[in-house]
Design a protein around this ligand. Structure first.
Ligand code: SF4
Ligand code: SF4
Length: 168
């Protein structure tokens, strides 16, 4: 979804958003129940935990220390090839990353995670234009169906657009 501004080859080299520090587990992607059930059948090592009506990867058992900076990879990351999931299996959270839909006060907004090295090379206006040209609407529609996708706003995440409705 962000392929017009993010190069696949750069992402394949980086993989930052498929590896989670212990303190960043709130960022692990959410899957629908149906997709998580299908993936559990296909990938026997994958573990999930419930988040509201959705599921996310349960990587708690992958950390070997209590260090909040320790990293653990998503079960679906191949170290050489990148994400092993098909387009149909990949959750929207991953397709839209580093964009996030968040509740900020009494508003629902689309914000930018500030840690993607490639997006950070672009003017914020370029990313905002992409959101305003239709991607924001796609994210909103999906979040209305799956409100667990909406995270609490975090300081330091630039806001790209405000929705007309609040999704709770
Ligand atoms: S952090 Fe950014 S550049 Fe790195 S893999 Fe994720 S989307 Fe691509
Ligand atoms: S599902 Fe794929 S894109 Fe998403 S975090 Fe896991 S490996 Fe990365």
């Amino acid at each position: 979804m962000l392929s017009s501004i993010l190069s696949k080859s750069k992402c394949a080299e980086c993989k930052f958003c498929c590896v989670f520090r212990r303190q960043s587990r709130w960022e692990t992607p959410l899957f629908t129940k149906e997709t998580a059930a299908a993936l559990s059948e296909k990938y026997k090592n994958a573990k999930f935990r419930q988040v509201g009506d959705m599921l996310t990867i349960d990587i708690d058992g992958e950390y070997k220390t209590d260090d909040p900076e320790e990293e653990a990879a998503c079960f679906f990351l191949d170290g050489r090839k990148g994400c092993m999931l098909s387009d149909g299996e990949k959750p929207l959270d991953c397709k839209i990353w580093p964009l996030r839909i968040m509740n900020k006060g009494d508003k629902t907004v689309i914000a930018l995670t500030p840690t993607c090295p490639e997006i950070n090379k672009l003017p914020l206006e370029t990313v905002r234009e992409l959101v305003e040209s239709g991607l924001g609407k796609v994210i909103e529609e999906e979040a209305v169906k799956n409100p667990d996708m909406v995270k609490e706003y975090r300081e330091g995440f630039p806001v790209l657009s405000e929705l007309d409705q609040q999704i709770i």
